[in-house]
Design a protein around this ligand. Structure first.
Ligand code: ADP
Ligand code: MG
Length: 318
């Protein structure tokens, strides 16, 4: 059985690119560039709560870091550093293939997004993965949840609902003939860093969709003291076109988590500028912020008829 120090040296110590002092001392040393604010976030992934313990370790490694990178995207921040605290059950600590695959995925994501892994903690225990990520944003320019204004357009990137459909497929709740793109969305989320950076100075409010489109929109509404009106026909329809029963597909689109797309609001006058960001990723303008009762979300169908969200399958994921 390798010691904690063997594991750290063999698997978790990698060259860094913009770090004063990385893994190996009591602390790491990092310096934000002049004029930049540090942007910090932690996310913990617990086996059997956030992922299946038998998940492919390479995918798990990627996703462990990617969900943290996504939080930086939602702030308009650039990823810079991360720490990894992990508890490993004894059988996994001795499983070289598992560790190697986990690190392949984790460090592939670090490489893809320019993250130096500068420290962490390694301990024995039920599988648990906790990343703290550090990014940078020019002082005062972070995208916040509370900056949204009545009359703003509501936008969403990519194809929300696909990851939840992939999960439903794995759980046998739906049976997709071609599940590949949904499983990719579930296992290998691609945080929208480039979009987040482009939205600085453009978007009023932003959040990443980790808990579901309606739930995460709700966080913007609560923080900004607003209501929203969404137009179903304007929503990205990929999740509705995967061959799943309509009711399930719709609840995945509206309430499925794990997509790590960006949901953001921006003034009408910025529509053209935002549309030009479509070279980065698909963008859909799905509704409008209103000054109705705080947190209320109205969903209109093609005939502008309001449909109660419970009837729309929202409760499947409550
Ligand atoms: P300490 O006992 O001082 O907390 P540790 O023995 O836990 O130090 O860790 C030794 C060094 O290895 C530290 O620099 C720590 O940040 C780093 N480290 C420990 N575990 C990990 C890990 N899983 N990934 C990256 N760095 C790690
Ligand atoms: Mg320690």
């Amino acid at each position: 059985m390798p010691s904690e120090f063997d594991l750290i040296a063999r698997y978790f110590t990698r060259p860094t690119r913009h770090t004063t002092l990385g893994v190996g001392d009591d602390c790491a040393l990092i310096s934000p560039r002049p004029g930049m604010e540090l942007v910090v976030s932690s996310d913990m992934l617990v086996a059997d709560t956030h992922f299946f313990a038998d998940t492919d370790p390479r995918n798990l490694g990627w996703k462990t870091l990617a969900v943290n990178v996504s939080d930086l995207a939602a702030m308009g921040a650039e990823p810079r550093w991360a720490t990894l605290a992990l508890a490993l059950p004894a059988p996994l600590a001795a499983d070289e293939a598992w560790l190697q695959a986990f690190c392949d995925g984790f460090f592939a994501c670090a490489e893809a997004y320019g993250v130096d892994v500068v420290g962490g903690d390694t301990t024995r225990g039920p599988l648990n993965l906790c990343v703290t990520i550090f990014g940078e944003v020019p002082a005062g320019q972070a995208l916040r949840r509370n900056g949204a204004r009545a009359g703003d357009d509501i936008w969403v990137s990519g194809t929300p609902g696909m990851a939840a459909l992939g999960l439903a497929h794995l759980q046998g709740r739906v049976s997709l003939v071609h599940p590949e793109s949904c499983l990719d969305a579930l296992h290998k989320p691609q945080p929208r860093i480039a979009l987040g950076l482009a939205l600085r100075g453009l978007a009023h409010g932003a959040i990443d969709v980790s808990d579901g489109l309606l739930a995460d929109l709700g966080h913007i509404l609560a923080a900004s003291g607003l209501a929203a009106c969404l137009h179903l026909p304007q929503m990205p329809s990929a999740a509705l076109n995967q061959g799943a029963p309509a009711e399930i597909a719709l609840s995945c689109l509206l309430a499925g988590g794990d997509d790590y797309e960006l949901l953001f609001t921006a003034p009408l006058g910025r529509r053209d500028t935002i549309q030009q960001l479509e070279h980065l990723c698909p963008l859909h303008r799905i509704g409008t912020l209103t000054s109705g009762s705080v947190g209320e979300i109205q969903l209109l169908d093609a005939n502008n008829i309001s449909v109660p969200l419970a009837q729309r399958g929202f409760d499947h994921f409550a």
